[in-house]
Design a protein. Structure first.
Lengths: 152, 171
């Protein structure tokens, strides 16, 4: 079934999801890249890893977020980016769930490293679930509109 | 250009496309690791911060680390080198706290930074809460740091560890 040169509404919706997801990841990465020390402190707050391991994660993870975000936004390596975004989101959700279960009184460290920011809550699980659905929808596409890959 | 979009035509096609995605994802991961290390190395942030706690060069009384062990906290207490700040709620503070400690409940400090003003800026502050299960000491320490207190430490073992060692308490 070939319908040449037809861009359906779904294509546009998926492209928009891809761009929003990319922007969210880039936005989330910038604060962490600017201050890896503060991000390591946020990570330590979850009491899963501390010290050197937290610092190692704080060194690398923001760049995975940034590159995946850029990939999604531009539509370059977008499938790999969506895959990484999905894996990160699943990991983040598990970590947040465990923190909530343990009743930790911490801030998320997701978009801002300000420790006085809003406390971590169940809303975060809802937010992540939304982002997980978005990245899954992008990932399962075989081809996408409005990507740099199609131009190259 | 302009193929019909969403689904894969064959299972094999899908498998192939996912294999490419995994390969590309690995590339992104490698790039992220390299960028992370180069960037923090060049800007001397995080892992590569100049005053890394692991350098034993300047270790005055307590370690250069923000986190104090029980021994370090107790040493500072005995020699009266620091003001102890209790980050717990007033209710817990009133039931028992490190003798001489000042109560600055985190929740109140967050609402009103003014209550930090009473603390001395020229002395070391050692912040604590219940112990490992609480985070308010760390949060309050960050708040203090942001408010211009430069010499802030966290006694992570907190009240529980202090109590376990039968150190001076009141009431």
């Amino acid at each position: 079934m070939r319908t040449a040169e037809r861009t359906s509404t779904l294509d546009i919706v998926i492209a928009l999801l891809r761009i929003v997801l990319g922007a969210v990841f880039i936005f989330a990465s910038l604060g962490k890249i600017a201050d890896p020390g503060a991000f390591a402190a946020s990570i330590s707050g979850y009491r899963i890893v501390t010290g050197g391991i937290a610092l190692l994660i704080a060194t690398v993870l923001p760049w995975i977020e940034f590159l995946s975000g850029l990939g999604l936004l531009l539509g370059l390596f977008w499938r790999a980016s969506a895959l990484l975004a999905l894996l990160m989101l699943i990991l983040f959700t598990i970590v947040v769930l465990s923190a909530l279960w343990r009743g930790l009184d911490i801030s998320c460290g997701c978009y801002t490293q300000d420790p006085t920011a809003e406390r971590l809550g169940w809303w975060k699980i809802g937010e992540n679930a939304g982002l997980i659905v978005m990245s899954y929808l992008v990932l399962r596409q075989s081809s996408l509109r409005f990507t740099l890959e199609r131009l190259l | 250009m302009g193929r019909s979009l969403p689904t894969y035509r064959t299972y094999r096609q899908m498998k192939e496309s996912y294999r490419t995605a995994f390969a590309e994802a690995t590339m992104i991961l490698v790039a992220a690791i390299m960028l992370g290390f180069v960037y923090t190395g060049v800007t001397r942030k995080g892992l590569f911060r100049a005053s890394s706690p692991s350098s034993p060069a300047a270790a005055p009384e307590a370690s250069a680390s923000t986190f104090l062990t029980y021994e370090e906290a107790q040493g500072l207490y005995i020699r009266q080198r620091a003001v102890f700040v209790d980050a717990r709620h007033a209710f817990d503070f009133n039931r028992g706290h490190i003798k001489g400690a000042v109560n600055i409940p985190l929740s109140e400090a967050q609402k009103n930074h003014g209550i930090l003003e009473g603390l001395p800026k020229d002395r070391m502050l050692v912040v604590y809460c219940d112990g490992e299960s609480c985070n308010s000491s760390v949060e309050l320490a960050k708040l203090l740091y942001g408010a211009g207190f430069s010499n802030v430490k966290v006694f992570f073992g907190g009240w529980n560890e202090w109590l376990a060692h039968k150190q001076p308490r009141e009431p």
